[in-house]
Design a protein around this ligand. Structure first.
Ligand SMILES: Nc1ncnc2c1ncn2[C@@H]1O[C@H](COP(=O)(O)OP(=O)(O)OP(=O)(O)O)[C@@H](O)[C@H]1O
Ligand SMILES: [Mg+2]
Length: 356
């Protein structure tokens, strides 16, 4: 059991211009893979260090399984929280062998030697390092060292594992493989993972829930599908992959009129009155390109740029109002530069935001 309840947590560093983390509330359920996602400097590491107990909050509380571990009045020290942490620069001890690195936490706990040996060997199996126990870190690749760091944190069986950009130093192929392994380890062990990354594809692939942060403030907390398809605001829509913002005006609660184009039926947030200037957010893969005149609700445009990306064609289509929209289609649907097209949006895949 390891549920983490964060309430109204704030932290400003001495000399900092603004709070690195502001009024953060997050309820992380047991046995979940939760990712803190956001651009550089948004407060991810600070949040992780607050959870780990390396920092004392200015306001707010952290409870683990109902026990208060952090508040402005005091923090339970990191080594008494039942948490493991894998730091970004996965510092493994260079003069200890793989076995000694992984065994260290168990030796501190004074487990019998035979038991330590069994646990370490089982853990090296789990992370795919069987046969590497006698090597020194200098004789390992970066990805193998990363797995030593992971094994060292996992072997003490923490209820919670905190991981700060643990795959950032790996090449693309190894990253992808390690992603799969991490997810499997989380499923197999039932440990609650709190994972930090600025890579949205990684967050989507790994997480049960994603917490998107920006400038120290939580923007949205939800499943990968929710965050991608139902972004709570422009910041989230923009950060999670590519998005077109099409200028429009609110007609009523269920309709917006695109500037110089047709009206589109779409859910409009209640806070936006008729006549409000808005942007219709639509992702490149949710726009269809039809022959012109096919449909009265389509927007006429012209193909301005074409890029073949192997698994898709990517077009830049300009409209009469000089909007430039990015559109992605199946690679066999081939158009040429200059072709007249009609853009059709699936309204269920569109979001409406106040114009900024
Ligand atoms: N020790 C410190 N003293 C003062 N300011 C700090 C300190 N550590 C971080 N900050 C500031 O706090 C903010 C949040 O930093 P944090 O390290 O949490 O960001 P992050 O989301 O982990 O970024 P990155 O993706 O670059 O690792 C930043 O503006 C940063 O400059
Ligand atoms: Mg960081």
């Amino acid at each position: 059991m390891a549920r983490i309840q964060i309430e109204n947590l704030s932290k400003q560093y001495a000399g900092g211009q603004m709070a690195a983390v502001q009024s953060l509330s997050l309820d992380i359920a047991d046995n979940r893979f939760v990712t803190l996602l956001g651009p550089s400097g948004c407060g991810k590491t600070t949040t992780l260090r607050l959870i780990a107990g390396y920092l004392r909050p200015d306001t707010g509380t952290i409870n683990v399984d109902g026990t208060l571990v952090s508040s402005p009045d005091g923090v339970t020290p990191p080594d008494r929280r039942g948490m493991g942490m894998v730091f970004q620069n996965y510092a493994v001890w260079p003069h200890k062998t793989v076995f000694e690195n992984v065994a260290f936490g168990l030796q501190i706990r004074r487990l019998p030697t035979a038991q330590i040996r069994d646990k370490v060997m089982a853990m090296l199996d789990l992370v795919g390092l069987q046969g590497f126990d006698a090597r020194l870190p200098g004789q390992l690749s970066g990805g193998q060292q990363q797995r030593v760091a992971l094994a060292r944190s996992l072997v003490v069986e923490p209820g919670i594992l905190l991981l700060d950009e643990p795959l950032s130093n790996l090449d693309a192929k190894l990253r992808e493989r390690m992603r799969g392994e991490l997810k499997q380890i989380q499923r197999r062990t039932g440990i609650t993972f709190v994972y930090v990354t600025h890579d949205q594809a990684e967050a989507l692939a790994l997480s049960d829930e994603i917490a998107v942060m920006h400038l120290g403030v939580l923007q949205q907390y939800g499943s990968p599908r929710d965050i991608y398809s139902r972004p709570a605001n422009r910041v989230v829509a923009d950060f999670m992959g590519q998005v077109n913002f099409v200028p429009a005006r609110v007609v009523d609660a269920g309709k917006v009129a695109i500037d110089g184009g047709p009206a589109i039926s779409v859910a409009v947030p209640g806070s936006l009155a008729a006549g409000s200037a808005v942007d219709l957010a639509v992702r490149p893969e949710n726009i269809r390109l039809a022959a012109t005149g096919a449909n009265g609700s389509a927007i006429p445009g012209r193909v301005a740029e074409l890029t073949f990306l192997g698994n898709m064609n990517e077009y830049i289509v300009t409209t009469a109002r000089d909007a430039r929209l990015r559109v992605q289609t199946h690679p066999t649907e081939l158009l040429s530069i200059g072709d007249a097209v009609a853009l059709e949006f699936d309204p269920r895949q569109c979001s409406v935001f106040a114009r900024s």
